[in-house]
Design a protein around this ligand. Structure first.
Ligand code: HEM
Length: 595
């Protein structure tokens, strides 16, 4: 008889004591088997207790409770593996309870973070001024992704004064060390008002020049190319980089833009703290980028003079813009900063300003040009609305902003909804904070995931499942007058008091673009005081580039294949997994007037 077979049976079966007595523990093989059999029990027990607490918290919620912990098997490891490696699926599963998006606490390698999801909860996070600072994630990124030296990080870590003009009353950080507030002010000036206008004008001018280099004016032959992604990265990437940071950076380091895209692909690995020996090439690329920025800074320090500032009152050929000049002055006053630290800070800014707007434009264009009838329809609207001139075939920036065809606005919003996969991070360094009926403990990390919000079937209108949340639908954000059930929100949910943007293009009988009721639901740029400072710039660049390509060029996509790459989940805009071959030619002026 096997040593595990029970010897002490009762009428009702073996007793537990009999079971244990019956095991022949002197047999080491048997002991090992027993240990192996019993090993999962503590983990299972831990999981079951977690599960019970999790359900209890949702079924009998207390006012302002801390979000419950997602049950997990292994205590210290927690949900770290699916969080890091099965990101998109895990986030969707972890934030759902009874088909509703809910906040949840995740255990990750002995620490914990809080995911705050659900459109009303997210809207409440945006409105809470104590959650207005992203300094925590900013510091993490500067250290682990952008390579800022430790001596310079101390000032960022110490800054608990917040992003607002008035420092938090419990903070005693000196004014010149308020790096969070000071850098935000510079960004607000650069990407708001006049700063925004001249920056966009510079970028679109360079975009025209770059396109002309690929498809020369006057030529109407098709040019075939291997990858639309590479093409947009090159022409629009150059336009944004040079428009914001000036011509010297790229001239002194000709491989800079290529390295920036290689670095972008490696950012998830840097964020997961992968060491140098596991990805030496990525570290080399980052080293080259930092060296290129230092070279540019040195050159600008030597050559800049006030008279070099151009007619727009902003650009100069050395630093590139007022934004960069101001950052140099302000950051050099902060404790512990030096030229190396400033290079890392600028790598962060350059990465943020190029690597989302370019793939977002690419995906907008790709969705349009993959669908020839959509291209024709949009082209016709661009000409009939006066957005694109029928003679030059170029968009007019002012008209584009004031009378964007609602279809183009809807395509833009739908592209960002479908492809934005970013974590937006907040914390409250001084006190616990209650938002939307949930409490975030002091100094804990609160994250909002844009993908979870954008895939929320409880919020988005799918016209009864005809247009699933995971598929592109160009009309999702259009409201048709007199058509019940049109518009981005599910018809059966309350819009609530929130209104993000006025409807555009309201002409009798025609559809209008609407973001009504979507605060906390459509969040590609984050939200609240710390929302992406480059969002107005990004919107203008995406709309302008799309209108320029649709109005002035024919583009044929030479493949039906479109799979998306999730490897940068959490860090920004999705890109296609494969190359997208295409051909492009200029259209003839005057031909564009359709319908
Ligand atoms: C489609 C394009 C873009 C998307 C989807 C996007 C998205 C985001 C998101 C989600 C955040 C976090 C916001 C938050 O914490 O609430 C962010 C932050 C930021 N974005 Fe953008 N962004 C885009 C383009 C740009 C551009 C063009 C610039 C600069 C010109 C820019 C500069 C920044 C900066 C500097 C931050 C960090 C701000 C801080 O320190 O708080 N972004 N962006």
């Amino acid at each position: 008889m096997d040593a595990l077979t029970l010897s002490n049976h009762t009428a009702a079966g073996p007793t537990p004591h009999g079971f244990l007595r019956s095991i022949n523990l002197s047999d080491s093989k048997t002991t090992a088997r027993v240990v192996i059999l019993l090993l999962p029990f503590p983990f299972l027990l831990h999981y079951l207790i977690g599960l019970a607490l999790f359900h209890h918290a949702h079924l009998r919620p207390k006012t302002n409770q801390v979000p419950p912990t997602l049950p997990h098997l292994i205590p210290l490891l927690g949900s770290a593996i699916p969080f890091a490696f099965d990101c998109a699926n895990f986030i969707r599963r972890a934030t759902q309870y009874a088909n509703t998006l809910v906040p949840v606490r995740l255990t990750l390698l002995a620490s914990s973070i809080f995911l705050f999801q659900g459109r009303r909860t997210v809207a409440a996070v945006w409105k809470e001024p104590r959650l207005g600072s992203p300094i925590l994630i900013y510091t993490f990124a500067l250290q682990h992704v952008f390579g800022m030296p430790a001596r310079a990080l101390a000032a960022y870590r110490a800054d608990n004064s917040g992003s607002h003009r008035r420092p938090h009353p419990a903070s005693n950080v000196e004014e010149r060390n308020r790096v969070d507030y000071l850098t935000h002010q510079i960004l607000f000036r650069a990407f708001g008002g006049r700063g925004l206008q001249v920056a966009v004008e510079r970028c679109v001018g360079i975009l025209g020049r770059e396109l002309g280099g690929v498809v020369p004016p006057g030529e109407e032959e098709w040019v075939e190319m291997g990858d639309l992604g590479g093409f947009v990265q090159m022409v629009l990437g150059t336009a944004v980089l040079e428009g914001l940071y000036g011509p010297a950076l790229g001239r002194l380091s000709p491989g800079f833009l290529g390295d920036l895209w290689a670095f972008d692909r490696a950012t998830p690995k840097f964020a997961k703290l992968m060491p140098r020996w596991l990805m030496p090439e990525a570290y080399r690329v980052r080293g080259r980028l930092l060296e290129g920025i230092r070279r540019w800074h040195d050159y600008a320090r030597q050559h800049f003079h006030e008279a070099a500032v151009g007619e727009d009152g902003d650009a100069d050929p050395y630093w590139g813009s007022e934004m960069v000049r101001s950052r140099q002055k302000v950051l050099m006053e902060v404790d512990g900063q030096d030229y190396e630290a400033l290079a890392a800070a600028d790598l962060g800014l350059i990465w943020a300003s190029v690597t989302n707007v370019v793939p977002s434009t690419l995906m907008t264009a790709l969705h349009i040009f993959r669908n020839p009838s959509l291209t024709t329809r949009l082209r016709s609207l661009l000409f009939s609305s006066g957005t694109v001139s029928p003679t030059t075939l170029k968009p007019d920036l002012t008209t584009l902003l004031h009378s964007t065809p609602p279809l183009l606005s809807s395509i833009y919003a739908e592209t960002l909804r479908l492809h934005l996969q970013a974590y937006v991070t907040r914390s409250s360094p001084h006190a616990d904070v209650t938002v939307g009926g949930w409490t975030l403990p002091r100094d804990k990390v609160c994250m909002v995931n844009t993908y979870a919000a954008h895939m929320d079937e409880g919020v988005w209108n799918t016209r009864g499942g005809r247009y699933p949340v995971g598929k592109f639908w160009e009309e999702r954000f259009l409201v048709y007058p007199g058509v019940p059930g049109s518009g981005p929100l599910r018809p059966d949910i309350e819009k609530g008091p929130v209104k993000v943007e006025k409807k555009e293009g309201a002409t009798k009988g025609e559809p209008t673009f609407s973001l009504e009721g979507l605060e906390g639901a459509w969040i590609p740029y984050g939200g609240g005081y710390a929302a992406c400072p480059g969002r107005h710039f990004a919107k203008r660049i995406i709309l302008y580039t799309t209108a320029l390509l649709v109005g002035g060029y024919d583009i044929e996509i030479l493949t039906d294949r479109l799979e998306m790459d999730d490897s940068c989940f959490g860090l920004g805009t999705q890109k296609p997994k494969h190359e997208v071959p295409f051909r492009i030619r200029r259209r003839k002026g005057g031909e564009g007037i359709v319908g």
